[in-house]
Design a protein around this ligand. Sequence first.
Ligand SMILES: Cc1cc2nc3c(=O)[nH]c(=O)nc-3n(C[C@H](O)[C@H](O)[C@H](O)COP(=O)(O)O)c2cc1C
Length: 350
Amino acid sequence: MSAFSAIVKPALFAFSRKDPEIAHNLIMSQLAVASRIPVALGVIQSLFGYSHPALEREVFGLRFPNPVGLAGGFDKNGVALPALAAMGFGFIEAGGVTKLPQPGLPRPRIFRLPEDQAIINRMGLPSKGAVAVAEHLRRAYQRLAIPVGWQLAKNKTTPLENAAEDYVYTMRALYPYADYFSINVSSPNTPGLRTLQNKAFLLDLVKTVTRESQNLASGKIGKPILVKLAPDLSSAELDDALAGIAEGGAQGIIATNTTISRDGLRTKTSEDGGLSGRPLAAKSLEMVRAISLRTEGKVPIIGVGGIFHADDAKRMFDAGAALIQIYTSFIYEGPAAVKNIISVLAKTGY
Ligand SMILES: Cc1cc2nc3c(=O)[nH]c(=O)nc-3n(C[C@H](O)[C@H](O)[C@H](O)COP(=O)(O)O)c2cc1C
């Protein structure tokens, strides 16, 4: 058993039992400090980093040292990217960032379900807002050895008809600091957001954002635009969303966000929010498989949902994912989560 599982996790989980966000904020502030200290980064890297040429990937024109990324929502304001990179991630998706600052929903809004190795969250996309995040990056930006994507989100109060303006505004502010952008139309805690997965909305949104990415690239190829989908789409809704994504010109798909379903949960809970972790795994895997089949493997997919170990990762790659992301397993398994997965992938030729 690692020191994390034996000592750190039980202590962190115990003192943040009533509000797991306390533990998250504590870890984030430690990682933010470590991000400014080269020696600390070196120590983290030496403990948790792992590299092997077989793990390298090239997707949407970007080079990834390994295919396991940190999913959106962990470092919402981009304050600890160097320390997270030192933990061995092959890429990081920072954000989601909204146009204007917003507090999200009242706390507690994160709930651990250890028996299910799951989390329910109804954060509601708290964000410092595009201007503050860009200002922080302007002062503290460090170019990392891994790609960093920034996730664009919509303010709760922005009407759906004006949503494209929110995404474009945030992309403009963060353009110099991103290797790719993802469009979040799938968080379950912003009322109406998932309606943007309808073809008409999505087509217009993706077209507007990709066109602006091209404009901002000043003669070069625009930075890749990805769309993150919900796992709760019906087959017809998925077809609709894929048509919008293809016609709008997005370069990739992230599947999936958290689910509103409570199927298969052992823990009795009536908390609202999106469910992540183990109970989501089969659903996300099915979505990745369906997307891969319907797009004939031509659109790169980032598979995310309930990936804990190398076997889960392999199933995602076999279903058609080019890359994967984790969130909940990083909470449960700790800082060695990535190394544990990629060291096995490297040894087994994935
Ligand atoms: C506390 C928490 C906050 C999250 N915030 C976001 C977010 O801001 N944007 C987003 O697209 N997904 C967000 N997610 C969803 C994750 O990015 C991921 O899609 C989902 O948790 C499934 O992966 P997992 O089972 O590995 O956690 C969040 C998840 C959790 C647990």
